[in-house]
Ligand binder design. Structure first.
Ligand SMILES: [Mg+2]
Length: 194
């Protein structure tokens, strides 16, 4: 039997990119001038150091350098619940991690490939590195980027699920894109009852 293909994003779904940034800001001696720790709920825009999110423009370049450095990707934590979700989804679907490569870092793709194996047992034949995720066909996409979801449903027949986050709220969703706030909600949408 051919299994339906489920494309799953990595950052914000499996890996805690925002947590990595917040740990760096709050714990790395780079505390905001106010001295008040920054929180996930304050990351209300993709440009996380910009005025619509954390508003720490003076840290932007230093963070970009950190992001490029060895150990940035391998030091991310898996998001809570993600390991169990991957185990469940793999039973029902041909699960493919579709994640954007970084051409700015010598370490990103290598570390991510190892990280996915270490934390999830996901092997290289279950990973597709693609920035234009719309070109990766499948039955479903789960992503925390509305832009990725919108573009994906515009050229694929399947359904996209937008993983709810403070930085992707406030815009109407097009047909075939559904916001989900928890794994149980996603399971119901795709007819999985673990
Ligand atoms: Mg993402």
């Amino acid at each position: 039997m051919i299994m339906r293909q489920f494309n799953i994003d990595c950052d914000g779904i499996l890996s805690d990119y925002c947590g990595r940034a917040l740990d760096w800001i709050n714990g790395g001696g780079l505390m905001a001038p106010s001295g008040v720790a920054k929180t996930y709920d304050e990351i209300t825009h993709w440009d996380i150091f910009g005025p619509r999110a954390l508003n720490l423009p003076h840290l932007k370049d230093a963070f970009a350098e950190f992001e490029r450095s060895k150990g940035f990707v391998s030091g991310m934590k898996p998001l809570p619940g993600a390991r169990a979700a991957v185990a469940i989804l793999r039973k029902y679907f041909d699960l493919m991690v579709v994640t954007s490569p970084s051409h700015k870092s010598n370490h990103w793709v290598f570390e991510r490939t190892v990280w996915l194996d270490d934390h999830f047992g996901i092997t290289p034949d279950e990973i597709i590195y693609a920035k234009r995720k719309s070109r990766v066909s499948g039955d479903y996409l789960l992503d925390d980027s509305l832009d990725n979801c919108e573009k994906w449903v515009s050229v694929n027949k399947g359904r996209a699920f937008l993983w709810d986050a403070p930085y992707n709220r406030g815009k109407a969703l097009p047909p075939h894109v559904k916001r989900v706030r928890a794994w149980d909600e996603l399971y119901r949408e795709v007819g999985v009852y673990p």
